[in-house]
Design a protein. Structure first.
Length: 256
């Protein structure tokens, strides 16, 4: 069931979203050659504590997971697409890093992700990340009252496919609000004019995921969480929590 949020609830979601934005900004600024993923996870946790917020990631265990997620930050490096578990791995020059983070504040959740390079960037990685961001922007632009979920999916997929990138099958965005994952699902590829109609008060997480090699295949790593590309190529992930309003889409996790 899709819950329509009141304008007051959307404001509360914006406050949660700003905790997410601050954490991702702090993580990106701190990420450098030699910094460990565990150190970045602790930094993100510090932002939660300072805001009086909690993590919807920590301890999360969906049906597909053998164990609860053990961190507040998803840290996916190079060929890892999403759901990477922070470890003692220390970032290296040229790494492509995707960070996904959520916060729950006063009963409402925000969720966002960024991708960036550490040290000397490969031109191919820059193009991949820029395309992920363009796909996210296209999805947000399509998130207007009167459109349908398929319009968002089509906008994202068009950007990704036209650039020659793969899209992991079965993974995409989702509704969000009182819980991190709510109805409706928001695919990263689809047909325009199809799917659930967009209405004022809906809140969704839009999150394109791109595979550089052009294929859609992925596999689950031994940790039971991390999804890696089958061809070993790099991946990028971009995400924002967005409210559908009569005045247009409102990005609740915007970073300033």
């Amino acid at each position: 069931m899709v819950e329509l949020k009141t304008d007051t609830s959307i404001e509360a979601m914006y406050e949660a979203g700003q905790v997410v934005a601050r954490a991702l900004t702090a993580v990106r600024e701190a990420a450098d050659v030699g910094v460990s993923l565990l150190e970045l996870d602790e930094l993100a946790h510090d932002v939660l504590r300072a805001a009086g917020a909690t993590s919807p990631f920590l301890g999360y265990r969906p049906s597909f997971a053998a164990t609860p997620f053990p961190a507040v930050l998803c840290a996916s490096v190079n060929d890892a697409i999403v759901h990477g578990i922070p470890t003692g791995y220390r970032l290296r020059d040229g790494d492509l890093v995707s960070m996904d983070f959520g916060a729950e504040l006063n009963g409402w959740v925000g969720d966002s992700a960024i991708s960036f390079t550490v040290g000397t960037a490969r031109p191919a990685d820059v193009r991949l990340i820029e395309t992920a961001e363009r796909a996210l922007a296209a999805g947000i632009e399509a998130a207007v009252v009167g459109n349908r979920i398929g319009d968002i999916a089509h906008a994202i997929g068009t950007v990704c496919r036209s650039a020659g990138y793969g899209i992991p099958d079965g993974f995409g965005g989702h509704g969000i609000g009182r819980h991190m994952h709510e109805d409706p699902g928001v695919p990263n590829e689809g047909r325009p004019g199809r799917g659930y109609p967009l209405r004022h008060g809906m809140a969704i997480a839009i999150e394109p995921m791109l595979i550089a090699g052009g294929g859609d295949g992925y596999h689950e790593a031994a940790d039971g969480w991390t999804l890696r590309t089958n061809d070993g190529s790099r991946a990028a992930h971009a995400e924002h929590t967005v409210a559908i309003t009569n005045a247009g889409p409102r990005v609740l996790t915007e970073r300033r």
